[in-house]
Design a protein around this ligand. Sequence first.
Ligand SMILES: [Zn+2]
Length: 289
Amino acid sequence: MKNRFTHESKTSRGRIRKEIKEAVYERDGNRCQYCFKPFDRSQLTIDHLVPLASGGLDEITNYVTCCLDCNQSKADKPLAEFARSLGIEVERLPVHGDPVIDNADLPIEIRILRKRIYDHSRSKNRPIGGKSAQKKIEKQYRRAFWKTPEGMALEEQFPDLPGQVRVMIPEIQAIAGDAASFVLLLELAKSAKTRNLIGTILTKDKDVVKIVEAMTAKTNDEQLKKRIQQAWQRFGREMSRLGSPIPASHNNKLHSAVEFPHSSGHASITPQQERTDARDDHGEENATL
Ligand SMILES: [Zn+2]
């Protein structure tokens, strides 16, 4: 399994799902992120911060809200060149949609760490656009992450989870309102296809279980449906292993008898590891240190 940051989405240009688009507009306050003017949603589009043609990722970390004019003048220009044409230093551009940096609920230490790594790469004039550069950044971040108290605690609490799932736990904790959501989010984090829902469609204050149920019923994306169904199966197994009732529409009442771990607290559940393709890439990273 590839991690959420380095996998390549199967979505091709122009096929960004409506919910994702809406989430990006919402995140960016319906403002074009290049000219900063507010627009009606019908006048907005999604731009790839780093063009696909330059190896930019087709995923939310690389999406920005953009007006039609700016979209046209940017076209496939490399980000640095376009930024120069706007008189903006590339390193001053925010890392839009970054699931870590943009998440106000994550410990500030973690967010700063990540921003620092981005800024460092930019200041070295390393092209952030290329796939390999992006991968390098993610690798650096995760390497640095495991050395923070947060990372070390997570490693101890969830020794059996794949690294790319474990690295998302602070984000998942910030979203999950109860044990069931927590377990479900962990299961969704195991597949690249469903991982992207976390922090985009599945956000804080939303009923994660309900939304995922609705998506399972509604989506026309067969791949996505399959992955969600697999996550549901693992979720069911995990919940019964924990002796926890399965939520409402799965014929039981949701309650939070199982405590889910808070960043400051102690874990009381250790979700089962999928010993399939979900190999812990943490070890692999250490090997390259
Ligand atoms: Zn604009």
